[in-house]
Design a protein around this ligand. Structure first.
Ligand code: CAA
Length: 588
């Protein structure tokens, strides 16, 4: 059957985007809403969105005009009597959807495919509200539908193969990459996305970190196009609540129980970007422009503890990366390793990295030479007696780090800040190894330190405010973007990232989707730079497992238990790219 006329029911954020992308691809669209005001609002959204596309050079004025011409806006269901395909995109209420499908059943021609854009409700439940469940399928788009190229095609146990094939061909004709999957709450992408989003909300709700810091951490630490709270505003907090609620009811996973503040915001009418307010306040309903961001703190007065000299302890990748950051930013750096040879190797690594920066034109030769002049290696911790900041980047072993902090406490001058780059150990354990826990702070850099902008500044229950403020100031001074958080396993980024990766492994283990399709879903459906399996193989499965275990031990969340498949791959020595095999095979 050739699809030429498509109905879209519901012109909210998703429905409007879906109608736009379908009309854009030459189909004639019947766009239905329940009231004239909702219809007008939907029309406005499509007009504005296509106007933006014209402004950004994505669409010509003439194509915009014919796109709009192809959409027939109406509140009249019988206009669907000659539709080949109808896509329902109303709010996530099963009762509402069922009643729409039973109406459609009476109106749409016999051959028509009836599709739901539901993101979490059971397509099977919806299908059985009709007399033709074989013709019912899920076609799930991602917000913004005109931009994101992934579509989930949800087949139920009764959907006919022809209908699935036609839905796939239709999605492809829109320039989308469809993946066919079974009918399970959240499908692929939402099932992996919403645990993460909900966790971010609970971090915010418990004042563990600020709204901006949570969002910035995930954008800068993981390369996500948006932070979780801003993404929730885009999705709509009412929609997010419904999705989580449905996922919770289906899986009874506490991590999906919607964070209470979501419901409170929805009740208050703050449903996200579409109402002009959610976690953020926007210029106007529907506008992406945030108006309540804090004023940038460039003009913060001089820190109580200014830093000119920095001691870096360690000789690995992180140590040399951090030494490079400070030396390039004009600080005097002494890098202390366990032997003179190791110290020289680390300095040589900085030199190579600086040479590369010169080759790439990111730095001039004088800049490189000046940075190198400010950096020296040493094998003696005693030399750290004059530094304003000592920062350790040695092996992730609590006993080793504790012993080092005892030494730093003995050697460093009063008032020096003592920092750890640990990504998994409690900073407070290191602080109490010293007689000055108020001076101890976490500075969690990301690898490669010279290029990654993010630094998590970790405050323990003992860290002095002036130490946190001075550390934040220093990070900004050397061109980094600091975010502050409490001293909990995984800080912000790892705590939000690894459970999601682990959930991906569990989904694979359950044979719900392939690694390729899961990676595709997260890249094309959510704009992530890498899918979970690509990322796990890059990070290393042993490292990932260790982080996940730490999170599990600290939070005692059953949902954080490492996926058995991850454990088995590590046991087998398949650690990812570094061993040539992980979730994928890199041999040859
Ligand atoms: N038609 C075609 N192209 C358009 C367009 C339109 N109507 N509107 C925007 N674009 C293009 C823009 O031109 C731009 O492309 P270029 O960069 O090549 O110019 C691109 O799309 C995005 O540009 P924007 O100006 O709109 O804004 P941005 O660059 O700040 O990106 C964003 C915004 C696309 C939302 C991005 O931040 C993003 O991808 N965020 C993640 C969104 C996400 O995760 N969505 C999934 C949510 S889950 C879901 O939807 C499922 C569910 O069931 C809830």
């Amino acid at each position: 059957m050739a699809i030429s006329r498509v109905g879209v029911i519901g012109l909210g954020t998703m429905g409007a985007g879906i109608a736009e992308v379908i009309a854009r691809n030459g189909y004639s669209v019947v766009a239905i809403e329940s009231s004239t005001s909702a219809l007008e609002h939907g029309r406005e959204m499509i007009e504005n969105s296509t106007q933006r596309a014209v402004k950004r050079g994505k669409l010509s004025e003439a194509d915009r005009a014919s796109l709009l011409d192809r959409i027939h806006f109406t509140t009249d269901y019988p206009a669907l009597s000659d539709a080949d395909l109808v896509i329902e995109a109303v709010s996530e209420s099963l009762e509402l959807k069922k009643s729409i499908f039973s109406q459609l059943d009476a109106i749409a021609p016999e051959h028509a495919i009836l599709a739901s854009n539901t993101s979490s409700l059971s397509v099977t439940d919806i299908a059985v509200a009709t007399t033709r469940p074989a013709n019912v399928v899920g076609i799930h788009f991602f917000n913004p539908a005109p931009v994101l190229s992934f579509v989930e095609i949800v087949r139920t146990v009764v959907t006919s193969q022809d209908v699935v094939d036609e839905a796939v061909a239709f999605a492809e004709s829109l320039g989308k990459q469809p993946v066919v999957i079974g009918d399970r709450a959240g499908f692929i992408a939402n099932a992996l996305l919403f645990g993460y989003l909900n966790h971010a909300v609970s971090m915010f709700e418990s004042s563990y970190a600020s709204r901006e810091d949570i969002d910035d951490a995930m954008r800068l630490g993981c390369g996500y196009p948006m932070g979780p709270l801003m993404l929730l505003d885009l999705i709509g907090l009412d929609t997010a609540y419904e999705i989580l609620d449905t996922m919770y009811k289906q899986g009874r996973d506490r991590l999906h129980a919607p964070s209470p503040i979501l419901k409170q915001l929805v009740t208050a009418g703050h449903r996200g970007r579409k109402t002009g307010r959610g976690f953020y306040a926007y210029e106007a309903p529907g506008s992406p422009v945030v108006v309540d961001l804090p004023v940038p703190e460039e003009a913060v007065e001089a820190p109580v503890r200014p830093v000119q000299s920095v001691g870096v302890v360690g000789s690995g990748t992180m140590a040399s990366g951090i030494a490079e950051v400070f030396a390039r930013a004009g600080k005097d750096v002494i890098l202390v390793a366990r032997s003179a040879a190791k110290a020289q190797q680390a300095v040589a690594a900085v030199q190579r990295s600086l040479d590369k920066a010169v080759e790439k034109g990111a730095l001039d030769a004088e800049g490189r030479d000046a940075a190198l002049e400010r950096l020296r290696g040493s094998a003696s911790l005693a030399e750290l007696s004059y530094v304003d900041l000592a920062i350790e980047a040695v092996v992730e072993d609590l006993a080793v780090k504790k012993a080092l902090f005892v030494e730093l406490d003995r050697i460093c001058k009063p008032g020096a800040m003592l920092a750890t780059t640990t990504s998994s150990l409690p900073v407070i354990d290191l602080a109490v190894a010293t007689a000055r826990p108020g001076d101890v702070v976490g500075l969690h850099f990301f690898n490669p330190a010279a290029r990654m902008q993010l630094v998590e500044v970790v405050r323990t229950v003992s860290t002095d405010d002036e130490v946190v403020d001075s550390a934040v100031h220093l990070c900004r001074e050397v061109g980094k973007h600091p975010v502050t958080c409490g001293d909990r396993a995984g800080f912000i980024v790892n705590a939000l990232l690894f459970p999601y990766l682990n959930d991906g492994v569990k989904m694979l283990e359950a044979n719900y989707a392939t690694a390729d399709n899961i990676d595709l879903a997260m890249k094309k459906g959510c704009g992530y730079p890498m899918g979970p399996f690509e990322l796990l193989d890059v990070v290393g499965l042993d490292v990932s497992l260790a982080i996940q275990r730490t999170l599990y031990l600290e939070f005692r969340e059953p949902g954080f238990a490492p996926a058995p498949r991850l454990e088995h791959l590590v046991t087998a020595g398949y650690l990812g790219r570094k061993t040539g095999r992980g979730f994928r095979d890199y041999a040859g």
